[in-house]
Design a protein around this ligand. Structure first.
Ligand code: UGA
Length: 439
């Protein structure tokens, strides 16, 4: 029997950030014809010559392959809208001071779509947005569209993690599509046809909420284990063994139970805030979310207090900071827990030497070199003459450190492991004093 040929779509992805660029490159890999649009001309020029704006394993190669065939980068949104059948909106939704998400970019894209709609379009929200955003996009296009061209709005939240984005796109635990018509459902199912993952079909509001609820739940898991780690410290117990045993219960699961200095990045902090805000606006005071955030905010101070217990006075002490990005395999420093810890240590008068395997360029923009902050070119240079070495991101590179060599050059052999990434026994056997979280 002849196998059914599945339609390849003309897709426009608006936004060449982490979500948009990965989606565009992956849709191209699935053989759809893709135009990825961004307002940043420099970024688009760079992409056309194969330069990726951030560090993401394997993305460069995927983009380069796509550019040779079916992946185009452009700043011309009106033209891209006209040429496409499906438009994925993947622009930023940054946090506003009141905690709500800034949806200006999404509103602007909806307007451009309205003004350039020349045939049926499926407009799909991919950015993380508060519930009812799809509804607003629909109203906007309906209100401002030229002529009577038909369109559908859908929601298809993205669950990819930075650093594992390509894998997550091709092997997601589930694909969520929030739709209002059989036509939209059919198109989205065809777009993802070659992926083997389960597709969950919902209405648009539910799809939007699934994303906020999922990120908030993951943040809750981490805050929970961090709160438990405090009890472990007080009780003299070991949070690592505890979370291992807890995670063996299938109902709990082992992932996101690593205690440490807390969650950061551009997703969890803004999404927990935005979910709290939208719940309140809808009439529900989601107090649990506020506590999840509170626990997270305390972790940095807790970590610094532990260092203080060991070193007593931090003024003029030299502290090496290993790992700056909010997690490994990314150069992203946005809302990284390291930032708060560095600020606290600087306020205590400590002298810091910073090192990260990928985020040095970003770090040099964020922290100015000063009498208290210097940048090191490797772990050993950072640790030299220090009174304490802090591990703030669990990079693989740090797992192969020659600790004997490091110890010889240190002023005082103290290790503060903010990610519980080191073998405590091994480190103490080597003659270090060891600080962990909840162990
Ligand atoms: C997160 C979600 O995991 C993705 O599913 C989602 O698509 C993405 O946000 C998004 O909304 O775009 P990401 O921000 O890349 O992905 O980072 P995660 O891997 O989830 O880590 C978030 C933070 O939690 C990091 O700071 C990490 O160090 C911390 N973490 C994670 C812990 O402290 N403990 C853990 O056990 C796990």
């Amino acid at each position: 029997m002849k196998s059914k040929t599945i339609k390849k779509y003309k897709i426009c992805v608006v936004g060449a950030g982490h979500v948009g660029l990965v989606a565009a490159a992956c849709f191209a890999k699935l053989k759809h014809e893709v135009i990825c649009v961004d307002t940043d001309k420099q970024r688009i020029n760079n992409l056309n010559s194969g330069k990726i704006p951030f560090y993401e394993p394997d993305l460069q190669l995927l983009v380069a392959k796509g550019v040779k065939k079916n992946l185009l980068f452009s700043i011309n949104l009106p033209e891209a809208v006209k040429k496409s059948e499906v438009i994925f909106i993947a622009v930023g939704t940054p946090p506003l001071p009141d905690g709500s998400a800034d949806l200006t970019a999404i509103g602007n894209v909806a307007l451009v779509i309205a003004k350039n709609i020349n045939s049926y379009k499926l407009v799909v929200g991919k950015s993380t947005v508060p519930v009812w955003t799809g509804k607003k996009i629909k109203e906007t296009i309906y209100r401002y569209r030229k002529g009577k061209n038909n369109f559908d709005v859908a929601s298809n939240p993205e669950f990819l993690r930075e650093g594992k984005a390509i894998y997550d796109f091709f092997y997601p635990d589930r694909i969520v599509i929030g739709v209002e018509s059989p036509r939209a459902e059919k198109i989205l199912k065809e777009i993802y046809h070659s992926l083997k993952s389960k597709i969950v079909v919902t209405d648009i509001n539910t799809a939007e909420l699934i994303k906020h609820a999922s990120n908030s739940f993951l943040a809750a898991k981490i805050s929970f284990i961090n709160a438990v780690s405090r009890v472990c410290d007080l009780a003299g117990a070991d949070v690592e063994k505890l979370s291992l045993a807890m995670g063996m219960d299938k109902r709990i699961g082992k992932d996101f139970l690593n205690a440490g200095i807390g969650w950061g990045g551009f997703c969890f902090p803004k999404d927990v805030e935005a979910f709290t805000y939208i719940s309140k606006k809808l009439g529900y005071d989601f107090k649990l979310l506020k506590e999840i955030k509170n626990i997270n905010e305390q972790q940095g101070q807790y970590f610094v207090d532990k260092i203080k217990e060991h070193l007593w006075i931090l003024k003029a002490k030299k502290i090496a900071i290993l790992g700056l990005s909010f997690k490994p395999d990314t150069d992203d420093l946005r809302f990284a827990p390291s930032i708060g810890i560095i600020e606290l240590l600087v306020n205590e008068g400590a002298n810091l030497s910073l090192y990260d395997p990928q985020a040095m360029a970003e770090a040099k923009q964020l922290f100015k070199e000063s009498s208290q902050i210097v940048f090191a070119s490797d772990v050993y240079q950072a640790a030299k003459e220090s009174d304490c070495v802090c591990f703030l991101t669990e990079w693989d590179e740090f797992k192969t450190i020659d600790f004997r060599k490091m110890k010889k050059t240190m002023n005082y052999p103290l290790i503060a492991d903010g990610r519980n990434m080191l073998d405590k026994q091994k480190i103490t056997k080597l003659g270090f004093e060891y600080i962990g979280i909840g162990r």
